[in-house]
Design a protein around this ligand. Structure first.
Ligand code: IDP
Ligand code: MG
Length: 137
């Protein structure tokens, strides 16, 4: 089942020079491909839409500040079961508990700065695609 998902390499990944490493992992999965990609500093309005579900949580404001703190790489990735697959490749939200071999498990230590966002369902993927790449219908 081919799918499309929205991936963000967060400002920490860009600052630390891990973009190539993470994209390399995505590209090496058989049949997956990056179909749109841009280096972009995310503004408040875009982040409010993207993280609407977390508004009001204690981590929301620091998250918004972090996500706007420098450029991110935003991408669309397509391929077989790519929604579930990139969530697995990323690892769970807390990098300390994330398994070695996952992006967060290999490179992260603090929950907020966990390197990568990936859509968690087909609905989210389509909602997020419209926010970041409205012209890629
Ligand atoms: P996800 O990115 O694994 O889907 P979500 O629960 O959707 O995780 O949270 C969105 C983002 O908010 C996380 O990736 C992380 O950057 C940040 N975040 C989530 N929970 C916490 C927390 O408890 N403390 C600090 N930051 C958090
Ligand atoms: Mg999430």
């Amino acid at each position: 089942m081919s799918q499309r998902t929205l991936v963000i390499l967060k400002p920490d990944a860009v600052r630390r020079g891990l973009v190539g490493e993470i994209i390399g992992r995505i590209e090496r999965k058989a049949g997956w491909s990056v179909t749109a990609m841009e280096l972009r500093t995310l503004d408040r309005a875009t982040l409010e839409q993207h993280y609407a579900e977390h508004e009001g949580r204690p981590f929301y404001e620091p998250l918004m500040e972090f996500m706007a703190s420098g450029p991110s790489v935003v991408m669309l990735v397509e391929g077989e079961r790519v929604i579930e697959g990139i969530r697995a490749l990323a690892g769970p939200t807390d990098p300390i508990g994330a398994p070695p071999g996952s992006v967060r498990g290999d490179f992260g230590t603090i929950v907020r700065e966990n390197l990568i966002h990936a859509s968690d369902s087909e609905e989210s993927a389509e909602r997020e695609r419209k926010i970041f790449f409205p012209s890629f219908a």
